[in-house]
Design a protein around this ligand. Structure first.
Ligand code: KG4
Ligand code: ZN
Length: 346
């Protein structure tokens, strides 16, 4: 195995991640999560996340170097998430990466978090067939991308106009009295009938499709579930939690799968990559297995540990960028919380 030896730092949300790769080979992937600290708030609290990154950063970096058996002098480059993400959280990673690059005299690459979710699949499945569609679904983002070249040609076909898919899971879990993060709990609780309740599919009406064909909206669905539960409880209706969870999950997955496969069909794309925490969802995976073959689409997904936020995805993108011969970022770049996906490298 060959390729550049790259260390990647990720701090855009609530995971402090440091990964080390050599080309497409994964050498270390150390992650410290502050998720438990946010649990009682039902969502990520930015200030709490920033502080947790400060505490976890150096130990996580040291663990990654030790796991990979790499001395910093050997590194060819350092890559760091420059955005999008929470400003204070991103700043911790960027400051660490700049200090390390200066101390170890290494070129520094500030890269896009969303593109990292795509590039990480290189570590599991090698070269990406292009063009490829990517459905990135997590607590912070819901994006549908067309990838022609992972280091330079990425177009956002659509994104959520309100809540992210994982955020909808987290909020609905709260409504149902389930714990945080809601995704895995609802996935497990969804043992009832997916057709028991006809929850709305956001942005799928004929009129919406004209303007928002590949965009998503989950806020109306969340409200519909809350309203349904409220009325059932008011009227003393004895309902099955499993039915509500399964019907909600069916609505989320139906929209994600329908829009992703529509994007593939319309743009002549034969490969769909899924990433982000929600990509671990069992119904999303089974629905894709049912519907993708008839759309002539092959689905790729990195292993679950690489689907959620981590440093290896940033290292993988950094290695791809270095291999493509792109120049390092200017030393005075700063984190950009709303970095567009078309900016792979700042
Ligand atoms: O990618 P991730 O670890 O962090 C970011 O949000 O960036 O994703 C976490 C999100 C949470 O909203 C969580 O509820 C959701 O992914 N999630 C799931 C599942 N596992 C995690 N959602 C649905 N089904 C799952 N099995
Ligand atoms: Zn992410």
């Amino acid at each position: 195995m060959s390729g550049p030896l790259v260390l990647g730092i990720e701090t855009s949300c609530d995971e402090t991640g440091v990964g080390i790769v050599r080309g497409n080979q994964l050498l270390a992937n150390e992650v410290a999560s502050s998720m438990e600290l946010h649990a009682r708030f039902g969502g990520v609290v930015p200030e709490v996340a920033s502080r947790a990154h400060l505490e976890a950063m150096v130990p996580t970096l040291e663990r990654a170097l030790a796991t990979a058996g790499v001395d910093p002098v050997e590194l060819d480059a350092i890559a760091v998430t420059a955005g999008p993400g929470l400003m204070g959280a991103l700043a911790v990673g960027v400051a660490t990466a700049k200090a390390s690059a200066l101390a170890w005299d290494k070129p520094l690459y500030g890269v896009n978090h969303l593109v990292g979710h795509v590039a990480v699949d290189l570590l599991d499945h090698g070269e990406l067939p292009t063009p490829c569609a990517a459905l990135l679904v997590s607590g912070g983002h819901t994006s549908l991308l067309m990838v022609r070249d992972v280091v330079g040609d990425i177009v956002e076909l659509g994104a959520t106009i309100d809540d992210a898919a994982g955020e909808a899971y987290d909020k609905v879990a709260r409504v149902l009295g389930l714990s945080y993060p809601g995704g895995p709990v609802i996935d497990k609780a969804a043992t009832g009938s997916p057709t028991a309740i006809a929850f709305p599919r956001g942005l799928t009406s004929r009129r919406d499709l004209e303007r928002h064909r590949y965009d998503f909206s989950f806020s109306g669905l969340k409200t519909a579930v809350a309203r349904w539960v409220e009325i059932a409880e008011r009227d003393g209706v004895d309902y099955e939690l499993g039915d509500v969870a399964a019907s909600f999950q069916e609505a989320v997955c139906d929209v994600l799968v329908t829009k992703a496969l529509d994007a593939c069909r319309t743009n002549g794309i034969e490969h769909l990559l899924i990433g982000g925490g929600v990509a671990a969802n069992s119904r999303l995976r089974s629905m894709l297995a049912e519907r993708a073959p008839e759309a002539g689409v092959e689905v790729r997904s990195p292993r679950p540990a690489l689907c959620t936020d981590n440093g290896a995805m940033i290292a993988a993108l950094g290695a791809a960028v270095v291999s493509a011969g792109l120049p390092p970022s200017s030393p005075d770049f700063s984190a950009t919380s709303s970095l567009p996906v078309s900016t792979v490298l700042v």
